[in-house]
Design a protein around this ligand. Structure first.
Ligand code: SAM
Length: 284
């Protein structure tokens, strides 16, 4: 009976995602004011700064980085692509995997121009030459080099379901597991309740090698978001204590948890999120 209720909750969430619209989602969340690179208190620059710091502290390293629930976005791997030789992107929906393939194949048809994101992360990395100046050696700009690097290291874009005890196809990863997982706004926005969120944390734990890191970004206090016009998707409203408890219960050691509170003008009517958390954790 309990199993049936769980299955129904997960199936109801999957049904909500059938009308997810990648272009609208990108427009709602990845353009100003939420992605205003001139403002330090804008949400996207905050996330990029957290990821930059985490990937450059020296303890996160290895060969393979896996992004869990990539959606139609790339910002979450712009720092990691400089550290890992191989990056695997994943999503539940074919429309999102298709959006990512458009960018990867560089043949047009992308719903968002990632150039300002690439430029901003280059700036965080203090590239020798500025955004617009060319490298004397290669004639390329820093951001076009980063775009080329990202295209070179993305090894695959795979289907995933975090509600399965084995979220990826059995042979998708080496048997040792990934060296690092990154996951942004996925688990809380695909889970019917807190128990399912915590179980999903446990499922992705299995994809990670012992000693590997999880970089988790997510919404605080959010009960819904729009995945397109009229596509209202329920979210598990989380607080910091629940995030920490879920991580510990699932076998992670928390290294750091940071919190961002949304300024009033970032509350633009596409969700009811009040804050964002960034957690850096390790599987011991
Ligand atoms: N990571 C992106 C970001 O930072 O904006 C997208 C986050 S979006 C709120 C949630 C993503 O989870 C969507 O791309 C959706 O397709 C994906 N998703 C839905 N159900 C899922 C499931 N069962 N397992 C994994 N991902 C799922």
């Amino acid at each position: 009976m309990e199993d049936k209720a769980r299955e129904n909750g997960v199936a109801a969430m999957a049904a909500c995602y059938q009308k997810f619209d990648p272009a609208a989602y990108l427009q709602y969340n990845y353009t100003p004011p939420r992605a205003d690179f001139a403002r330090k208190d804008s949400i996207v620059p905050w996330k990029l700064a957290c990821l930059h710091r985490a990937f450059t502290e020296g303890d996160v390293s290895g060969d393979l980085l896996v992004d869990i629930g990539s959606g139609p976005t790339l910002y979450q791997v712009l720092s990691g692509c400089e550290v890992f030789n191989k990056v695997i992107l994943t999503d539940f929906l074919e429309v999102n995997r298709q959006e990512l393939r458009h960018w990867l194949q560089d043949e047009g048809g992308c719903s968002l121009d990632w150039t300002p994101y690439l430029q901003h992360v280059c700036k965080l990395e203090g590239r020798r030459y500025g955004n617009d100046k060319l490298c004397l050696k290669t004639g390329a700009s820093a951001w076009t080099e980063k775009a080329a690097k990202l295209r070179q290291v993305i090894a695959d874009i795979l289907p995933i379901d975090v509600h399965c005890s084995q979220p990826l196809a059995p042979d998708a990863l080496p048997s040792s597991g990934a060296d690092c997982l990154v996951s942004c706004f996925c688990l809380e926005s695909v889970s019917p309740d807190l128990a399912a969120f915590t179980r999903a944390l446990g499922h992705i734990w299995k994809l990670l090698r012992p000693g590997g890191h999880l970089l988790l970004i997510g919404a605080l206090g959010e009960s819904y978001y729009f995945g397109g016009p009229g596509v209202r998707i329920p979210v598990v409203p989380l607080n910091e204590a629940q995030v920490c408890a879920g991580l510990k219960e699932s076998g992670y050691t928390i290294i750091r948890l940071e919190v961002y509170t949304l300024p009033q003008d970032m509350r633009v009517g596409v969700d009811d999120v009040t804050g964002v958390f960034f957690a850096k954790a390790r599987k011991d």
